[in-house]
Design a protein around this ligand. Structure first.
Ligand SMILES: [Zn+2]
Length: 292
C-alpha cells in the first residue's frame, strides 16, 4: 500500500478516479467540459474558465502538505492495531510533531461514524481510563471493580456498547451516572434488543425500555448467564488500556474520544469488502471535512 502511493502522481490519479470516476467535473460550476493543462494535475473549465485540480474543495487543498504524506499517514494509522502516537507518526513521516498531530486529528475525525443503531444481543459496560498513567497497579485495581474509589476523579469514564457479531459504539461520558448513560443507551440500541450489563446502578430501569435486560452480578463474580456475558467488551477494555498506557502519559477527554473513534472505526470495518483505506479516503473527500 505504501509503495502503491509513494508519489504525488499516483495519489492524484487515485483521487481522480475516486472523485470523478475518470471524468473531471469543475468544482466551481459543475461542468464536465474541460481540457487538461500542461501544468501537472490541473484542468481548465470550458464553461467558467477557471483552473482546478481534484484537490479543490477537499481537506487536502487547505494543507500545504504533499498529498503522498496524507496517504502515508492514513496507511500508518490504519496499520497500527492499537493506534500510533503522533510523535511516532512525525518520525515515520519526517514531519514536525504539530503537522503529525494535525494529520492524526483530521484522519480520526473522518473515522467518526456513529450513525447506526445496535440490535439483537448487545453488551453494555463502562470503564475508566486516563488519569495518572504512572500508577498501572491502580488502573488494574479499577478494572476489577466498579466502585468509585478515591483518586478516580482524574479518570475518564467511557461507555461501550457492542452488538453480538456486529458493531461497537464507544463514548466518553461526563460521569458514570444513569441520567447520562440511560438516554444515550436508548438512543443507540433498538428497543427489541436483549441488553446485558452488570449490576451497576447506572443501568437500573433499562428493563422497562428493552425486550430483555440481563444483569450479571460481577461483584459476586457472575460472568455468564447461559450464553450471555459482557466478555467481548471486557476484552476491548483490556486492549484499550494497554494501548493507552503504551502511548499516552496523559490524555484529555477530547483526545480520548478521537482515539475511541479510531478504535471503533477499525473494529466496525474489519470485515468490510471495501478496504478501510478506500472508506477513509471517501470520507476525507467529502466537502464537510474541507474547512477544518
Ligand atoms: Zn467551471
Amino acid at each position: 500500500m505504501v509503495q502503491k502511493y509513494n508519489t504525488k502522481g499516483k495519489c492524484i490519479a487515485y483521487l481522480e478516479q475516486k472523485r470523478w470516476s475518470g471524468l473531471p467535473i469543475c468544482p466551481y460550476c459543475g461542468s464536465a467540459k474541460s481540457s487538461k493543462k500542461t501544468q501537472e494535475f490541473r484542468y481548465t473549465c470550458h464553461n467558467c474558465g477557471r483552473s482546478y485540480s481534484v484537490l479543490v474543495g477537499t481537506i487536502f487543498e487547505a494543507t500545504k502538505l504533499p498529498i503522498n504524506k496524507w496517504f502515508l499517514a492514513i496507511c500508518l494509522i490504519l496499520n497500527a492495531k492499537k493506534g500510533i502516537s503522533s510523535l511516532q507518526l512525525a518520525r515515520d513521516l519526517h514531519v514536525n510533531k504539530n503537522t503529525a498531530w494535525y494529520l492524526q486529528k483530521r484522519i480520526r475525525r473522518a473515522m467518526q461514524d456513529d450513525d447506526y443503531i445496535l440490535k439483537g444481543i448487545v453488551e453494555i459496560d463502562e470503564t475508566y481510563v486516563g488519569g495518572s498513567m504512572s500508577n498501572k497497579h491502580y488502573i488494574t485495581k479499577v478494572e476489577s471493580g466498579k466502585n468509585y474509589k478515591a483518586g478516580m476523579e482524574h479518570m475518564i469514564p467511557v461507555l461501550g456498547m457492542i452488538e453480538r457479531k456486529g458493531k461497537i459504539i464507544l463514548k466518553v461520558i461526563e460521569k458514570a451516572y444513569g441520567q447520562e448513560i440511560k438516554p444515550f443507551v436508548k438512543s443507540k440500541v433498538a428497543p427489541e434488543s436483549t441488553i446485558i450489563t452488570d449490576g451497576f446502578g447506572g443501568y437500573f430501569g433499562l428493563d422497562s425500555h428493552f425486550e430483555r435486560h440481563i444483569i450479571l452480578n460481577h461483584s459476586q463474580n457472575q460472568r455468564n448467564i447461559n450464553q450471555f456475558n459482557t466478555s467481548t467488551l471486557e476484552g476491548f477494555w483490556t486492549l484499550l488500556k494497554r494501548s493507552i498506557i503504551g502511548q499516552y502519559h496523559k490524555i484529555s477527554k477530547e483526545h480520548l474520544q478521537e482515539y475511541l473513534n479510531e478504535l471503533a472505526f477499525k473494529y466496525n470495518n474489519k470485515d468490510k469488502s471495501i478496504s478501510t483505506f478506500n472508506l477513509l479516503l471517501n470520507n476525507l473527500l467529502q466537502p464537510k471535512y474541507a474547512n477544518s
